[in-house]
Design a protein around this ligand. Structure first.
Ligand SMILES: N[C@@H](CCC(=O)N[C@@H](CS)C(=O)NCC(=O)O)C(=O)O
Length: 206
C-alpha cells in the first residue's frame, strides 16, 4: 500500500464486532498507520451484501483506484508487507504467513460439526481440545520466538493469534476451557505482549 492512503480511499468492511477474521485486519491497519473507513456491517444487512463480495465472505479491503481484496490472511499479508508488520526477509515473512494459514485451519477444525446435537458436539470439542488443539498449540509454541512470533517485533501473525485467543478466552466456545492457553507459556506471553503494545492499547480506545 505505498500509494497515498487516506480515510477516503481505504475501506475495510466487516461485521460490527471486535473479533473474527476482520478484527486483526483492523488492528493491522491501525498499527500500520493507515487511515481507513471502518465499514461495520450489521448482521441483518449481510444477506443483501454477500453477493457483492468476491468470495461471499468478509473481511473485504477496498482501495480506490486499485480494487477489492478479500481473504483475511491475504489482506493481513498485504498490509503487513508494506508496513513493517512482517519480516523484511521473504522466507521469514512466509513463515509468519504459514502461521496465519495454520490459525485458519485450526478454526475450521474447531467449528466443524458445530451444528451437531449437544452430546455429539461436546464429545467432538473435548476430543479436539485434548488432541488436535494440544498438538497445534505445542507446534505453534515452537514457532514463537517470544514474546512475539518473530521476537521483539509485532507482526500480523501475532494479531491473528491474539484475536483468536480472545475468542477462546471469552468462554463463548462451548466445551473449550477459557483458560486453555494458560498451559502454554509462549501463548500467554504473546497475548500479554500484544495486549500491552502501545498501538493495540490505542486501538482499544478508538
Ligand atoms: N476464507 C475467508 C473466510 C471468510 C468468511 O467466511 N468470513 C465470515 C466471517 S469471519 C463470513 O463472512 N461469514 C458470513 C457468510 O459466510 O455468509 C477469509 O479468511 O476471509
Amino acid at each position: 500500500m505505498n500509494e497515498s492512503v487516506t480515510q477516503a480511499n481505504v475501506t475495510l468492511r466487516y461485521f460490527d464486532f471486535p473479533g473474527g477474521r476482520g478484527e486483526a485486519c483492523r488492528m493491522a491497519l491501525h498499527l500500520a498507520g493507515v487511515p481507513f473507513h471502518d465499514d461495520r456491517i450489521k448482521f441483518d444487512d449481510w444477506a443483501g451484501i454477500k453477493s457483492s463480495t468476491p468470495f461471499g465472505g468478509m473481511p473485504v479491503l477496498t482501495i480506490k483506484g486499485k480494487g477489492v481484496l478479500a481473504q483475511s490472511n491475504v489482506i493481513l499479508g498485504f498490509i503487513g508487507g508494506g508496513h513493517d508488520l512482517l519480516p523484511e526477509d521473504n522466507f521469514e515473512a512466509a513463515q509468519h504467513l504459514a502461521i496465519l494459514n495454520s490459525v485458519e485451519e485450526f478454526v475450521g477444525r474447531l467449528f466443524a460439526g458445530g451444528d451437531q446435537d449437544e452430546a455429539a458436539k461436546k464429545q467432538q470439542r473435548e476430543g479436539f481440545a485434548s488432541g488436535y488443539m494440544k498438538d497445534w498449540a505445542n507446534n505453534i509454541s515452537t514457532l514463537i520466538q517470544g514474546p512475539f512470533v518473530g521476537g521483539d517485533k509485532i507482526s500480523v501473525a501475532d494479531l491473528k493469534l491474539y484475536v483468536n485467543m480472545n475468542t477462546l478466552k471469552s468462554g463463548n466456545v462451548d466445551y473449550i476451557l477459557r483458560d486453555y492457553f494458560e498451559a502454554f507459556p509462549k501463548f500467554t506471553a504473546l497475548h500479554a505482549a500484544v495486549a500491552s503494545h502501545p498501538g493495540i492499547i490505542e486501538f482499544g480506545r478508538l
